[in-house]
Design a protein around this ligand. Sequence first.
Ligand SMILES: [Zn+2]
Ligand SMILES: [Zn+2]
Length: 265
Amino acid sequence: MSDFAIQRIDDATYHVLDPGASSFYVLEGRDCAAVIDTGITEGERIRRVVRKLTKKPPVLLVTHAHPDHVYHATEFEKIYMSHRELEMGPVLFEQMTAGRGDILRNSTDIRTGAVIDLGGRELEVCEVPGHTPGSIVFYDRAHQQLFCGDAIGSGIGVWMQVMSALPLTTYRESLIEFGRWLVERGGRMRFFGGHGSQQFMTSLPSGWNPLGMGLLYDMIDLVDGIVEGTIVGRESAAPVPGTYERCLHAEFGRAQIEYRSDNIR
Ligand SMILES: [Zn+2]
Ligand SMILES: [Zn+2]
């Protein structure tokens, strides 16, 4: 079996980091287990990993429809996802989901306010449109655990240069709403992202840069600065996926972003 690194968060919650540095999470309730995202490991079945962690029947919760988050959706019968992902349009949706489009179109649509009950363990849903139109986060209020996929970045800064990304003006509104939603819930949650632990990149010293409320508020200022023209990115080392164009990179405090100059408004 491939090299999956398993980290126990608590008695009923696990983080699995796949060999390509994509994360998924296993949360056990009394009746069933939630698997949040799937990672992308070719030639493997993640159900084998999940089964080692829980005997409860698993349901798949998708933070967003990118291949490194839905690749193993074929292994699940019950799937929840925001159908705002379909706003990408059918061609991009099919590309972004690595051919899992039909399965995901048949999933249960969830939006802000939805609650998924695993039996004695509830997960609240909040939409954070930006990285994709239907990016959502899952919050376990009792355990103060927030599972946020790539909504505010993970591993490295947030990727807003991808073709599925909404304009930065929309993302700014999403982040402000998201901040309010978290503050209403006490604002002291632990954040778990889509790609292991967040690292600083480029000009900042490399090292651990955990997701959290501080980073979220820096992200609001960063996106606001770009929209208002007070922050201008420099050319990034990363090309826009699927093109030879370079995207832009900008930083503010602990927040970092890759974006396209034609997708600000
Ligand atoms: Zn993503
Ligand atoms: Zn990702």
